[in-house]
Design a protein around this ligand. Structure first.
Ligand SMILES: Nc1ncnc2c1ncn2[C@@H]1O[C@H](COP(=O)(O)OP(=O)(O)OP(=O)(O)O)[C@@H](O)[C@H]1O
Ligand SMILES: [Mg+2]
Length: 226
């Protein structure tokens, strides 16, 4: 069984009567513990693909299986819970809550899941250390640089130790050295826990951390084995 499998996805957007077809009969498989890069030019549909694979959005047709379960078979509530327990998301625009501190943002998935305070404390310290942002725990989100926000977003994605991580340009705002540290952390996590990862990136050096590159072109994917 694959960690993630998409079968024949179609997705289009309609704006002001004009239809844009983004995903056209796209199929892919990700094995357990695999780290896969998704590359493709701007506007090729990388974010759309991640949203459709992770249940944020539904495809027009086609199926997405996670550990053999089809996402559209869940109710809204079941899907929300399944996503929170199984997926870690790093969004292209971070999606951090400005009304909460750095520490609270990282803990949000655990708070929603009513995890014990002791567990929350332990995980938070681990994540702050991993992302090298220990001194930022009490800061507000508006007081952070772009790169710092990115690290908070990554820490939040990893805090529940998910089975599958979807990351949209997770190192896009970081300098070369910091990007390498963060990717190194993700790789280590992947090796230690067997978490599968899909990482959208424009950076071929970032992609080289992955075992496989999927190139998004004309609504489908081309597989490049490294
Ligand atoms: N909500 C939406 N409504 C209408 N069109 C959209 C919507 N989201 C994306 N699109 C269009 O779909 C296409 C794919 O967009 P998408 O954001 O998936 O690309 P991307 O590969 O992530 O690009 P980038 O590298 O710039 O982030 C683009 O033509 C975009 O304009
Ligand atoms: Mg995008």
């Amino acid at each position: 069984m694959y960690a993630l499998e998409a079968k024949s996805l179609f997705k289009s957007y309609r704006t002001r009567g004009k239809k844009t077809e983004v995903l056209k009969n796209l199929s892919l498989q990700v094995k357990k513990g695999e780290m896969v890069a998704i590359m493709g030019s701007s506007g090729s549909g990388k974010t759309t693909l991640l949203h459709n694979l992770s249940g944020i959005d539904l495809p027009d047709s086609g199926e997405v299986f996670v550990d053999g379960k089809e996402l559209s078979s869940f109710t809204r509530e079941e899907l929300a819970l399944f996503r929170r327990r199984n997926f870690g998301m790093v969004f292209q625009d971070f999606q951090l809550l400005e009304s909460l501190t750095v520490g609270e943002n990282i803990l949000l998935p655990m708070i929603l899941d009513k995890r014990s305070e002791k567990e929350q404390k332990q995980r938070l310290q681990k994540m702050l250390k991993l992302a090298e942002i220990e001194e930022l725990e009490e800061r507000g989100i508006t007081e952070l640089s772009g790169g710092q926000k990115q690290r908070v977003a990554i820490a939040r994605a990893l805090v529940q130790e998910p089975n599958l991580i979807f990351a949209d340009e997770p190192t896009g705002n970081l300098d070369g050295q910091t990007a390498e540290n963060i990717l190194g952390c993700m790789l280590e996590l992947n090796r230690k826990t067997g978490v599968s990862m899909l990482i959208v990136t424009h950076d071929s050096r970032a992609a080289s951390f992955c075992q496989r590159i999927l190139r998004l072109e004309h609504g489908g994917v081309k597989d490049d084995v490294l």
